[in-house]
Design a binder for this molecule. Structure first.
Ligand SMILES: [Zn+2]
Length: 321
């Protein structure tokens, strides 16, 4: 089973009108039938809303001015997943049952909140957990909780409270998009499952959006996972990205993390970028990746990177029941 740890499915459908249930929109690659045909069995489906400052950079008018608006938008996205009957896995028991019965053509999701502004205050975390959120990345750009991409700064007081609440509710922490200082603050206080859903190697593509080798090593030391993004600007400094670039990041991060057991996919496909800005023309191109990885890793390790490693991580990180 292929696992993709980062897809902005609801944002694409609701915010951008690109749908999910039919074939992919012109110039894009993700939709339910496309995922099913490509052998993807599990996705981390995001609740993502863009802040008003990002109207231009995200080329969208689906933006929020404050926490309440963010809450309403993420609520619409959570309801969208329910409405298209995408089974949401909430516990180890549900995951184990799903994996046991899986065959090609089945698709389920784990809900991931990207940017925590929709949580109006840390006391509201329980409501989101109730709705199925199992992973939270506190930042995107700056949020009320943390510094983020191109927005340096540490965890805010609210951010510290949120992480305490997340530990209590057994929510997984996603470090992707966290500013360096916020990440350092998080490492200092976090005692729980940790991952980067869609982050590549800073050593290959400089910039605060990518992670350092030290971050990769620390996530691995804590038993966490790293998902490789397929956005061309995350894959190479300039020019068209290919699957060779994906392999380069997997190799580099696997070395930094002490092994490919900590690596997986977090493509972010169709999330703010189209197929032309990715190494794929269709999702079917994913099937070329295992043979390319096989030149560097054993068959079992390749299977792990394509999906098994994420399943193993969720199997020990989701709430028991
Ligand atoms: Zn992102």
């Amino acid at each position: 089973m292929i696992v993709d740890a980062h897809l902005d499915i609801a944002w694409n459908a609701i915010g951008e009108g690109r749908g999910f249930l039919g074939p992919p929109a012109e110039g894009y690659v993700v939709s339910r039938p496309a995922l099913q045909a490509a052998g993807v069995g599990l996705v981390f489906a995001t609740l993502y809303a863009a802040p008003a400052e990002a109207t231009k950079s995200m080329r969208t008018r689906f933006v929020y001015e404050n926490g309440h608006e963010a809450h309403l938008m993420a609520t619409a996205e959570a309801n969208y997943y329910r409405a298209c009957e995408l089974p949401l896995l909430r516990s180890r028991a549900e995951l184990a049952r799903y994996v046991r019965g899986w065959r090609k053509g089945r698709l389920a999701a784990v809900m991931l909140m990207e940017g925590a502004d929709p949580i109006e205050s840390p006391e509201q975390l329980g409501v989101w957990v109730e709705r199925g959120v199992r992973i939270i990345g506190p930042a995107w750009g700056r949020t009320r909780y943390a510094g983020g991409t191109h927005a340096p700064g540490g965890l805010t007081e609210l951010g510290v409270q949120l992480l305490v609440a997340m530990m209590r509710k057994k929510v997984i922490l996603d470090l992707s998009h966290l500013a360096d200082q916020s990440e350092a603050d998080a490492f200092g206080m976090w005692r729980g499952p940790i991952m980067c859903s869609h982050s590549n190697a800073r050593a290959i593509v400089p910039g605060d959006r990518q992670i350092t080798d030290a971050t990769a090593a620390e996530v691995a030391r804590r038993g966490g996972m790293l998902g490789v993004s397929f956005y061309e600007h995350h894959l190479r400094r300039s020019g068209r990205a290919t699957l060779d670039d994906v392999v380069k990041h997997v190799l580099h991060l696997a070395k930094a993390a002490g092994g490919p057991e900590h690596l997986g996919l977090g493509t972010d496909l169709d999330g703010g970028f189209n197929a032309a800005q990715s190494p794929l023309r269709t999702l079917g191109d994913l099937k070329r990746l295992p043979a390319m990885l096989r030149r560097h890793f054993s068959a079992a390790q390749v299977e792990g990177v394509m999906g098994g490693n994420w399943l193993g991580f969720l199997g020990k990180s989701l709430p028991a029941a």
